[in-house]
Design a protein around this ligand. Structure first.
Ligand code: FAD
Length: 481
């Protein structure tokens, strides 16, 4: 198959629009969303629902071309986690035809601490996600850090760049809210669509779409891999994880607890493996629904990283907690589940041959604190901005020039900071350094306020106080990861 110059606009879905009554002020993309939503509510997606056509597709990975259907969009987004939903929201808002393919069906669980820093709150606000407490969001004032015999409560910094509060929300709710928000903006969503392979242009090797496990094919002018840590799609495009970047592993569960209404996120630095203080932390995040999300995460820079039994470590850590907090087996409401945290750009390049990587697929978790949601949301927005500009260019060369800026924009935003993060995780991987920092840091409020801004990546983007200026300058001067 030879690559054709893509059509100038979205594929022709005009007959479908006639079936949908347009609300005042709704965009063409929004009309398409309602078509897609109808498909979701009827439990599946059919050719009639979204304008698919039976076509033969050379280069397809499924053998029987006569039985496959192809659906087209300007952009295919694989994965409807925070990165995929944010990218889809912004693409649809810009008037593009977006098709989100999600392996699971909402509502669904995602292993996470459920903690949202002010950085994530800012990103949600920018997307117009309703985040009032009456909508079920529990706000928090800051971080309580316990370790080295000390305990300190640090309020989130008051900045013009970020709100002074964080939030919690179970991922079962959170991811569904975001996906529906993207749909409202006009993105189409197919749930239960497990993407297995890219469709490639024979001549250029460029991605032209994807196939799903059920043999369907979806074509787009560009594809976003937002399929999380394992990113099967990236791997199929030859993009593997980098061993020279940090990786975390974290486990979590839920307990019914009287501490469920805690208005601080709590982090414990005392995780011991025998006499060694481990690089990582345990957390207790009250969910406001009678339960606390309790878990721990460790970095791969400790010597015993591969051998640690996380469930045992969790049990030992919790055994030292006051009984009245209720973190006991009888009160556990969920299994202990774990997953990897891909950090500091552990999969690159973030753009190649028509594919953009966003969120965990591109290893965008902050190495300093294990936060990934804010970065997934931000990367989704960045990717959407680049795609929107690229698709407006009339020539393939022009489009490519714009697309190549995506990795550069990511590096400008996080590169230096993530390099610092790599140095940080190497340092705290040494038990003596971790011990020194914990013992001497936690008791010193000024040190901890600095640490909070550094670890949370929460500085004024311009100006700010001496700490903000120092951290921004060091991040800028540090070569990008
Ligand atoms: C134990 C633990 C605790 C954590 N705690 C926090 C925290 O408190 N705060 C925080 O900010 N971050 C936390 N993180 C990190 C955070 O969960 C991730 O960084 C974040 O979910 C990344 O979002 P994403 O959209 O890139 O990927 P994901 O959230 O993983 O979403 C990927 C989506 O793609 C779908 N998908 C996967 N494969 C396919 C396929 N083949 N076809 C179609 N769809 C596919 C998945 O079903 C999923 O919906 C934690 C992680 C772990 C493991």
């Amino acid at each position: 198959m030879t690559e054709q110059a893509p059509p100038a606009g979205p594929p022709d879905l005009a007959p479908k629009h006639e079936l949908v009554s347009a609300e005042p002020g709704s965009t063409p993309a929004a009309s398409r969303a309602r078509v897609g939503a109808a498909a979701v509510s009827t439990g599946g997606i059919s050719a009639a629902d979204v304008g698919t056509a039976d076509v033969s597709l050379p280069g397809a990975s499924t053998a029987d071309a006569s039985s496959v259907t192809a659906d087209t969009a300007d952009v295919i987004v694989v994965g409807a986690g925070p990165a995929g939903s944010a990218a889809s929201y912004y693409l649809a808002a810009a008037g593009l035809d977006v098709l989100m393919l999600e392996k699971t069906s909402f509502p669904r669980e995602k292993v996470c601490g459920d903690g949202l820093t002010p950085r994530a709150v800012k990103a949600l606000t920018a997307m117009g996600v309703p985040i009032a407490e009456s909508d079920g969001w529990l706000r928090n004032k800051g971080l309580r850090i316990i370790g080295g015999g000390g305990r300190i409560e640090l309020d989130w910094p008051e900045l013009s760049s970020y709100p002074g509060y964080g939030m919690v929300r179970t991922r079962t709710d959170f991811d569904q809210i975001l996906a529906r928000h993207a749909q409202k903006a006009g993105a189409r969503l197919v749930e239960g669509a497990n993407v297995t392979n890219p469709l490639l242009d024979d001549r250029t090797g460029r991605i032209t779409g994807v196939t799903t496990k059920d043999g369907r094919q979806y074509r787009g002018r560009l594809v976003v891999a937002a399929d999380g840590n394992s990113s099967r799609l990236s791997v199929a495009m030859g993009l593997h994880k980098r061993d020279d970047r940090p990786l975390g592993v974290a486990v979590r569960t839920y307990y019914t607890s009287p501490r469920h209404n805690d208005d601080y996120l709590e982090a414990w630095l005392d995780l011991w493996d025998g006499n060694s203080l481990l690089p990582g932390y345990g957390w207790i995040f009250g969910m406001g629904d009678g339960t606390s999300n309790v878990g721990l995460g460790l970095l791969n820079t400790s010597t015993g990283f591969g051998e640690i039994d996380y469930r045992v470590l969790l049990r030992k850590w919790l055994a030292a907690m006051p009984a009245e907090w209720g973190f006991t087996e009888e009160n556990r409401t969920q299994p202990v589940r774990g997953a990897a945290l891909p950090m500091g750009f552990n999969r690159t390049p973030h753009y190649t041959k028509g594919l953009l990587l966003a969120g965990d697929a591109g290893g965008m978790v902050n190495p300093f604190n294990g936060e990934g949601i804010a970065y997934a949301l931000e990367a989704g927005e960045l990717a959407a901005g680049v795609i929107t500009q690229a698709l407006a260019r009339p020539t393939a060369a022009g489009r490519e020039r714009v697309l190549q800026t995506y990795p550069r924009q990511l590096k400008d935003a996080y590169g230096g900071y993530y390099t610092l993060g790599r140095i940080f995780v190497d340092l705290i991987g040494k038990p003596s350094i971790m011990q020194f920092c914990t013992r001497h840091g936690v008791k010193r409020p000024a040190v901890m306020r600095f640490t909070m801004k550094l670890l949370g990546n929460l500085t004024e983007t311009r100006g700010g106080d001496a700490v903000d200026r120092l951290l921004n300058a060091v991040s800028k001067m540090t070569p990008a990861a």
